[in-house]
Write a protein that binds this ligand. Structure first.
Ligand code: SF4
Length: 73
């Protein structure tokens, strides 16, 4: 049972950097996962965020103006 819960809670986050416009919207919603650095590029700090971050990662995906964020669950 525990392993089933674990597999259901796995999330994989990716960003299409060709599409990302470095607006920083995702970093404001979920700074634990998305970071905009001084070089002007977005970095993913954790491609497999823990369950407690899933809601904010989804919010970041919805807020991204260019649709650059993809979430696999
Ligand atoms: S919200 Fe979208 S476009 Fe803006 S920095 Fe994040 S991934 Fe890039």
């Amino acid at each position: 049972m525990a392993s089933l819960r674990t597999s259901l809670s796995v999330m994989k986050v990716s960003v299409n950097f060709d599409v990302c416009a470095s607006t920083g919207a995702c970093t404001q919603v979920c700074p634990e996962v998305f970071e905009l650095r001084s070089d002007g590029y977005l970095y993913i700090l954790n491609e497999s965020p823990p369950p407690e971050l899933h809601d904010t990662v989804i919010e970041a995906e919805e807020l991204c103006p260019t649709g650059a964020i993809t979430i696999e669950q």
